[in-house]
Design a binder for this molecule. Structure first.
Ligand code: SF4
Length: 507
């Protein structure tokens, strides 16, 4: 056994010999494993000793009984909070989502949730009652052991050996126990990475971040349509490119479809914030759909410019990314007069009928640096080319890029909350990386790889224009489970823009 107590390392408390052996085999030299004994009394005695000891962080690693019907033997439950049965007091473990994410990436089935510590094996019906109160699993030691952490980062990890459907006193007991011990062993490296990421740190928030006016408006439109018409409400494409937002609206009765032929005739359909081509509007009319348009007014402005330039006989280069819904919608405004330009090299391939009548427009969520570079190349080739009346890259994209630039250089790592299909969020990652700082796109705390945090004492944090502000709170909360967190904010601009709702919803 390696003894890291007193050197600021990890101590894992495992009540039983078999549990301790499994954890030790998985953890290796990454921490000390203590066998603390079965039941609440021994756990309380072990906690008294822990309070006296110098160590960095504490984990409980053992086997537990699942009370949720969703669990099966071998699943891992990471405590978000642990309470003693009948007690209103609980110990919270804010870093649980971080460890769950790490375990899942290691291929293990893991869930974050509430653990309850009981004094005796669960009696008939007790598991169901605990599940009804929101508990996932029960054990006989974790609540007491975690008190031994005395403010140091702590988490409890229980591998499920039995469930209400596969109880302890049944033929399932042995295979369930084997599956649990195997998972416990396999969880060892992730526990080690959790411990290595534990440290006090600063979180540097970029301001502005998160929702822009166009996204707020689009979400409000779906909510209002749901209130007015009741579910289901169909939405063509994701209303905004964010998993959390889409999942929440789905829960409330929105149905997201790829194309209009998936919408029943006569139903209400909302067009997403990214905009649609006139062709889609026509198709909606033909199907007798009640269409409500959540296109961001700043995207509509680019559509209007495309129509105007095309009507004046210009060949329009649209600087943007192929396949993005906004680009498809804008190109659809004047397909015969528009060409997509993704890179400076694409400029050389443009073959306008009249080199004196070239114009260019931009997708609203591009990197300002990159887009102006492409526009510069275009102007070199076509010095008379006309650009948009005012910037197509919207205020929200610009502000968020300026803000991340302001924090990236002072951060050891930058985390950007946003979904993989969110253009503006991906550009934020690239902006931070261009500043020389490792940067990662995450939907939420579970996506943070603990290896990114090891040695990172300043974490820069922002959210793309489609990511909800609550995600930032969840991420900061999860980081606070790894050690004390000092949060500060660097604000480069304040935003007060609001867009009105479509006229159908004002009535
Ligand atoms: S990022 Fe800009 S263009 Fe896109 S919805 Fe927000 S405000 Fe509108």
């Amino acid at each position: 056994m390696s003894h890291v107590t007193g050197t600021g390392g990890l101590v894992v408390c495992s009540p039983l010999r078999l549990e301790a052996r499994a954890v030790r085999r998985g953890l290796g030299e990454r921490g000390e494993v203590r066998r603390t004994g079965y039941g609440p009394a021994r756990a309380a005695a072990a906690a008294d000793q822990l309070r006296e000891d110098a160590f960095g962080n504490l984990a409980v690693g053992g086997v537990g009984g699942g009370v949720s019907a969703d669990l099966r033997p071998g699943d891992l439950v990471v405590s978000t909070e642990v309470s003693r049965l009948g007690s209103a007091v609980s110990v919270s473990c804010p870093s649980a989502p971080l460890l769950v994410g790490e375990l899942r990436r290691a291929g293990l089935r893991a869930t974050a949730g509430k653990l309850v510590t009981v004094d005796h094996l669960l009696r008939r019906g007790q598991a169901q009652r605990l599940a009804a109160q929101g508990a996932l699993a029960a054990d006989m030691e974790s609540a007491m052991l975690l008190e031994g952490a005395a403010g140091r980062p702590a988490v409890a990890l229980r591998a499920i050996s039995d469930t209400p459907g596969r109880p302890l006193l049944s033929p399932w007991a042995v295979p369930g126990g084997v599956a649990a011990l195997r998972s416990l062993r396999l969880a060892g490296p992730a526990l080690g990475r959790w411990a290595a990421a534990c440290a006090p740190r600063r979180v540097l928030l970029a301001g502005p971040r998160s929702f822009c006016a166009g996204v707020e408006r689009a979400i409000e439109i779906v909510e209002r349509v749901l209130d007015r018409h009741g579910p289901p409400v169909y939405v063509r494409k994701q209303i905004v490119h964010n998993k959390v937002v889409v999942t929440d609206l789905e829960r409330r009765g929105a149905i997201f479809v790829d194309e209009l032929d998936q919408v029943p005739e006569g139903a209400v359909v909302v067009f997403s914030a990214h905009g649609v081509s006139p062709e889609v509007r026509r198709a909606a009319k033909e199907r007798g759909l009640d269409a409500i348009d959540a296109t961001c007014p700043l995207v509509s402005k680019v559509h209007a410019e495309a129509r105007r330039f095309a009507a004046e006989g210009y060949q329009v280069a649209l600087i943007g990314h192929a396949g993005h819904e906004e680009v498809e919608g804008t190109l659809g405004e004047a397909p015969q007069a528009m060409t997509l330009v993704e890179t400076a090299a694409d400029v050389a391939t443009l073959k306008p009928r009249d080199p004196g009548r070239v114009a260019y427009l931009m997708q609203t969520t591009l990197s300002a640096d990159e887009a102006s570079g492409i526009a510069g190349t275009l102007l070199e080739r076509f010095p008379d080319a006309r650009g948009p009346g005012s910037d197509d890259i919207c205020y929200a994209t610009t502000n968020r890029q300026l803000a991340i630039r302001a924090i990236a250089a002072d951060s050891d790592v930058v985390l950007v909350a946003g979904s993989a299909n969110s253009s503006n969020s991906r550009r934020l990652v690239e902006t931070a990386q261009r500043a020389g700082t490792p940067a990662y796109l995450i939907d939420g705390a579970e996506d943070i790889e603990l290896g990114w945090l090891a040695g990172a004492s300043v974490v820069g944090l922002t959210a793309g224009a489609s990511a909800p502000p609550a995600v930032i709170g969840q991420i900061v909360g999860a980081l606070s489970g790894l050690g004390p967190v000092e949060v500060s904010e660097r604000v480069v601009a304040t935003e007060s823009i609001r867009f009105g709702l479509p006229k159908e919803l004002k009535r």
